[in-house]
Design a protein around this ligand. Sequence first.
Ligand code: FDP
Length: 314
Amino acid sequence: MDHAADALRTDLMTITRYVLNEQSKHPESRGDFTILLSHIVLGCKFVCSSVNKAGLAKLIGLAGETNVQGEEQKKLDVLSNDVFVKALVSSGRTCILVSEEDEEATFVEPALRGRYCVVFDPLDGSSNIDCGVSIGTIFGVYMVKDFTEPTLDQALQPGKNMVAAGYCMYGSSCTLVLSTGSGVNGFTLDPSLGEFILTHPDIKIPKKGKIYSVNEGNAKNWDGPTAKYVENCKFPKEGSSPKSLRYIGSMVADVHRTLLYGGIFLYPADKKSPSGKLRVLYEVFPMSFLMEQAGGQAFTGKERVKTCFLPVVV
Ligand code: FDP
């Protein structure tokens, strides 16, 4: 990349401009998705800013405590959930929200209902919050046929029915990766402009990768084929080089690296978690959507993730 030319670039493709361009390819479109996305983007910017300030503002792990103004502090994951729920409801384009943070689905009040159902994990990788390692938001979007009377089964659809999915990674930079079903694009937040700029157009996962990514601490509970696969990554047949192991323990960051550098990320089912640890609806389906859109694959170990309900491997 020519960084000097980049610095002089003035014709910036912001995420809003990108989505409006896409919208114009569909004359029948009423702009509902563009509005929904702008509210998701606002949520991502808010959470990014909170994550950046967390150490100073003491947002980390302090739920229930009070700050100097006597206000109750919220933990970062609780705060992120509040932010996204409010942003999504106020978009006027959603009818059902399913969040990792809430036990029950949220049914949007009739006056604010729209035709989308959003499933999301507002702050994934929580074990990494307190040590400043990359964390992220994951989201998937379904279209609901009759949004005047939404029901829970309209949110519990297989991954193949998703119309869009993405994640925002809060790391050394803030990166939003999005697919609306025709490829994958990555946008990086320019803090000086407050805008996500297209920096990774048409992401394609490299055909071959040299990295495997898994929590090997769970190896004693794996089944035979999983153990054999990972063993082969480390001790391949004669003539091949071993793969490198990278594991952050934050799905957004591990998937992001896998999208850009190639390789495999897996969280297999084991004796302790027979259905796997990752949550199907708002972690595995959106990431599988992105992986496939980037030319990769997502398997449960037995079948394609997007067509099933109990995936364990991405
Ligand atoms: P976390 O529990 O920290 O929220 O599914 C959640 C998740 O993180 C993923 O982001 C991550 O890939 C995985 O769990 C990490 O699990 P282990 O700590 O068991 O490796």
